[in-house]
Design a protein around this ligand. Structure first.
Ligand code: HEM
Length: 135
């Protein structure tokens, strides 16, 4: 009942001070003003995303279930998206793992190609040296 209030991103942006600090995480709005001083990760990081979408920042840290329980207690409502608002940072559930593995996959593949290529070149060089010393 009490958590059904809707805030536009514009409204959330206005709560961007240490005493009055709203955060958007997964399209829900949290009032973190009372928690800033208690945050184990420090107040700076919360102030950095005050009044903004902190989904990425929050998830990047890999917060524990305990952190998520605290978050539940700070819930004040949901985001009401208006035309022209930026899209949510990360869709509520499925996408982040798939997105990060596909963007990271190319990098890892590239390193593998470079490593294997280097190894093959090194082996060929050794082989030719051995051939030459036999002559
Ligand atoms: C209201 C939202 C948040 C809550 C309730 C919260 C809660 C917590 C809790 C309980 C911890 C202790 C470790 C754990 O249980 O995971 C923690 C650690 C941490 N948090 Fe948050 N957090 C919030 C938002 C953020 C944001 C937006 C950032 C931005 C980067 C952040 C950065 C960190 C960092 C870096 C630590 C690690 C501190 C350390 O281990 O030294 N937190 N947070």
């Amino acid at each position: 009942m009490s958590d059904t209030k809707e805030f536009t991103l514009e409204e959330v942006t206005q709560h961007n001070t240490k005493k009055d600090l709203f955060l958007v995480i997964h399209d829900k709005v949290y009032d973190c003003g009372s928690f800033v001083d208690e945050h184990p990760g420090g107040e700076e990081v919360l102030l950095d995303v005050a009044g903004q979408d902190g989904t990425e920042a929050f998830e990047d840290v890999g917060h524990s279930d305990e952190a998520r329980e605290i978050l539940d207690g700070l819930l004040v409502g949901t985001v009401k998206r208006m035309p022209g608002d930026p899209a949510p940072r990360a869709p509520a559930k499925s996408a982040p793992a798939a997105a990060s593995s596909s963007s990271g996959g190319f990098g890892v593949g590239l390193y593998a190609v470079i490593l294997v290529g280097g190894a093959v070149a090194y082996a060929a060089y050794n082989y030719m040296q051995a051939q030459q010393s036999q002559q």
